[in-house]
Design a protein around this ligand. Structure first.
Ligand code: ADP
Length: 263
């Protein structure tokens, strides 16, 4: 409907706006972080000089004030680096849009990025044991893809699955065996790509919100809520569609349909 179209356009431009804002914030934030770091170093130097100044009530006072300044600077540095993490992940999730559409081997792309996502997850301070299964249709012809963009779809969906399954492992312990399946299937004039995990599932009351920019259930600085909205944008730019199916505590399935040839 007209209303859905308007909503989609709003979301797409919000994604671009986000990337733009993240870029603008990055530079001044670097100043804040670099200068607070430098100032902490200066304060350390001052502290080293203090023993050479004779003791006096004034010196005590100055030492107290220096202590306060240092504790404030340490807070600035800590929260500055948190903000830096948020900006980085906003940029990472936002669309680069530099690649081009060309006939591509979707299965090869999936193999490459599933492998990358798996190694990225294992390098995480809190890695999980997950069984990644590929069920790829080897008869699939090359289809027109922006490989650079589409690789982010694979990475985003896998990262979300890993995060969700990590929560389930923490809740249920080693009884539960985490598993992700990536499927491709030739449907004639379209190609089906599925990413399915056996994690906690998506509660019905939030299912409609998942694709909205900034919607996240992840705590702290972990989530930006941009992954799925950008994933959706990329799929739309391939003239494809995305559907989410889920059952509580059983599975979550992201179903992507792509046209075989696009203009
Ligand atoms: P983020 O990962 O930063 O939270 P996303 O847009 O990628 O942002 O995801 C939005 C929300 O969708 C997540 O916070 C999570 O609640 C939910 N979600 C996404 N993928 C899954 C999944 N595979 N299983 C369960 N919940 C999911």
């Amino acid at each position: 409907t007209q209303e859905q179209l308007i909503q989609q356009e709003k979301l797409a431009s919000l994604g671009q706006l986000t990337a733009g804002i993240a870029h603008e914030i990055k530079n001044p934030l670097n100043f804040v972080n670099n200068f607070s770091e430098l100032s902490v170093d200066f304060l350390d130097e001052i502290s080293e000089e203090m023993p050479r100044i004779p003791d006096s009530p004034e010196k005590e006072n100055i030492l107290d004030l220096l202590e306060n300044v240092k504790s404030n600077l340490v807070k600035i540095r800590h929260h500055g680096s948190r903000a830096d993490g948020i900006v980085r992940s906003m940029l990472m999730h936002s669309r680069g849009g530099t690649g081009t559409m060309e006939p591509s081997d979707l299965n090869a792309l999936i193999r490459e990025y599933a492998n990358l996502a798996f190694h990225g997850m294992r390098a995480n301070p809190n890695p999980i044991n997950v069984d990644i299964q590929l069920d790829l249709d080897e008869t699939l012809p090359k289809i027109k893809l922006n490989s650079e963009d589409f690789s982010r779809v694979i990475l985003n969906l896998l990262k979300n699955a890993f995060d969700a399954m990590r929560d389930k492992i923490e809740a249920q312990g080693s009884e539960y065996k985490a598993k992700v399946i990536i499927r491709t299937k030739d449907l004639g004039n379209r190609v089906l790509v599925e990413v399915e995990d056996n994690g906690p599932g998506v509660p019905d009351e939030i299912k409609d919100k998942l694709l909205m920019p900034f919607f996240t259930t992840k705590k702290g600085t972990e989530g930006t809520g941009l992954g799925l909205s950008i994933t959706h944008d990329i799929i739309k730019s391939h003239e494809g569609s995305l559907e989410i199916q889920s059952e509580a505590d059983t599975f979550t399935l992201f179903k992507i349909l792509l046209p075989k040839t696009i203009s």
